[in-house]
Design a protein around this ligand. Structure first.
Ligand SMILES: [Zn+2]
Length: 320
């Protein structure tokens, strides 16, 4: 049976904060372990700044129905990786096959991160996300695998797992790939407060209501069947394909079909998003051919027949 005694050092070298939990080098389940990928989970426990790793003990010791260890590492509220095991763990169950990960024994095939957040009323923190991206990139580099070998439990599960919630796993893999390539992919973020790069009419109010906002605040407007688009100006370095992501704070009363307009090389494209859910993170609007030059490139339109406020917070454009 293989082990991964290099795990703590590889993560530290990638700038990830690491805490080695006791006898992690010898704490493991019996059986095969030949990992080719990394699997993301959430613990379903509610973490906080003052209680950053509520599921740590259970991940080390297991439950009455499932002996521990339950993951190779737990990622706490602050993004610290608690290293629990250098070997096989009970985290993945049976893999149904996902991307390059074949069907089979998930605990043999994958290294698991249990990210400590509840996944129902709590999304992962930015610190957890950023540390998990860096750790996944470092481990896949060590394994000699590309970013497609990073999966979410809900993708490989054969028993209806929902974890990790509140995350677009394609965006996650894109962020892992960017990290593995040295972070050299061109990328820019425009927030509603970015000087000179956001314009909206006075019909768009300013709010700090939701803590899921990006930066200090965000803009909101009532839907109308008229054009009153809030625009993000982006200086595109070269005509090429770019992934466009959006960040909005989600509130149950916000709009279920907010139109994002992307000005591409072949005209405007509109993508509708449900701003009642999925907030507080980057969500992909898709990949588009964008022309070189500094211009209004992404907008949020008020023109929707759905009810509820439309929200303009932040966008991110990344060359792919
Ligand atoms: Zn899971």
């Amino acid at each position: 049976m293989a082990t991964i005694p290099w795990l703590a050092d590889v993560l530290r070298s990638a700038g990830v904060q690491v805490k080695e939990e006791g006898s992690w080098l010898t704490r493991m389940r019996p059986g095969d372990f030949n990992p080719i990928g990394v699997l993301w989970h959430h613990t379903a426990a509610t973490s906080s700044a003052t209680n950053p790793h509520p599921a740590l003990n259970v991940c080390i010791n297991g439950r009455s129905d499932l002996p521990g260890p339950l993951c190779q590492a737990l990622v706490d509220y602050h993004g610290v990786f608690h290293i629990i095991s250098a070997g096989r763990c009970n985290h993945a169950g049976t893999s149904g096959g996902s991307g390059p990960i074949p069907a089979g024994d998930g605990n043999t095939l994958m290294i698991g991160w249990e990210i400590d957040y509840n996944g129902v009323s709590q999304e992962m923190t930015a610190a957890q996300y950023n540390a998990s991206i860096a750790a996944t990139a470092a481990v896949l580099t060590r394994l000699g695998k590309d970013a497609s070998y990073a999966r979410g439990h809900r993708e490989t599960s054969t028993s209806g797992k929902i974890d990790p919630s509140f995350i677009d796993l394609n965006v996650m893999r894109s962020d892992v790939a960017a990290k593995m390539s040295g972070g050299n992919a061109w990328s820019t973020i425009v927030d509603n407060t970015t000087a000179g790069r956001f314009t909206a009419s006075a019909n768009w109010g300013v709010s700090t209501y939701s803590s899921q906002r990006y930066g200090a605040d965000y803009r909101y407007a009532n839907p109308v069947l008229a054009s009153d688009t809030a625009w993000y100006k982006v200086n595109i370095p070269a005509t090429a394909n770019y992934r466009v992501d959006a960040w909005w704070p989600a509130v149950s009363g916000y709009n279920s079909a907010t139109p994002y307009v992307i000005a591409t090389t072949t005209g405007n494209r509109t993508v509708y998003v449900d701003q009642r859910t999925g907030g507080g993170q980057w969500r992909s609007l898709g990949t588009f051919a964008l022309p070189a030059g500094d211009a209004n490139r992404v907008g949020v339109s008020r023109w929707t027949s759905a009810s509820g406020l439309v929200i303009a917070d932040a966008i991110r454009v990344t060359r792919v």
